[in-house]
Design a protein around this ligand. Structure first.
Ligand SMILES: *[C@@H]1O[C@H](CO)[C@@H](O)[C@H](O)[C@H]1NC(C)=O
Length: 168
């Protein structure tokens, strides 16, 4: 089959131009392959309840895919969490996962709160669960507790403190 492209000899009348522009826009919209751009979807995130282990750094996960690859931002307690302003907090490259280096010097309690991650690209945004980061109740709700130790026939109370456990 042969296609002949006929040169157009007719001049466009002014009244037809908007219609032709409209048709061109429709065609270019249909032309964009759908798999070249995709809004982000969250592929991995921390559980809704994240208990801080004082012996480990805090790692709050957030991974998402999308085309183009999404960029990530976080809120903490409902307001923007500016990661660049906190030297203990880093975001993993190519993901939104936060690593909070509490082992070096930070205090875990400083980072309690409700975290939420947003992955965004030009096609839209995806939002993670609310991730509640809190200390375990043993460290968080009381500063010390009693245990009772049997010593022969005697039962003696023994005062425990988080520090006695941390420095095992
Ligand atoms: C977030 O809110 C909780 C509960 O009100 C509070 O204990 C915590 O200190 C807050 N976290 C930050 C980082 O402001």
């Amino acid at each position: 089959m042969q296609l002949k492209i006929m040169p157009k000899k007719k001049r466009l009348s002014a009244g037809r131009v908007p219609l032709i522009l409209f048709l061109c826009q429709m065609i270019s919209a249909l032309d964009v392959p759908l798999d070249l751009v995709q809004p982000p979807t969250i592929t991995q995130q921390s559980p809704k309840d994240y208990i801080i282990d004082p012996r480990e750094n805090i790692v709050i996960q957030c991974e998402a895919k999308g085309k183009p690859p999404p960029s990530f931002s976080w809120t903490r307690n409902g307001t923007h969490f500016d990661i660049d302003k906190d030297p203990l907090v880093t975001m993993k490259a190519g993901s939104g996962t936060l690593v909070i280096n509490i082992l070096s010097e930070g205090k875990a309690e400083t980072y309690e709160g409700v975290y939420q991650c947003t992955a965004r690209n030009e096609r839209g945004a995806a939002i993670s669960n609310n991730i509640v980061v809190r200390p375990s109740s043993k460290w968080g709700l009381s500063t010390h507790w009693w245990i009772f130790v049997k010593h022969g026939s005697e039962v003696r109370p023994l005062l425990c403190h988080p520090n006695t456990i941390r420095s095992r």
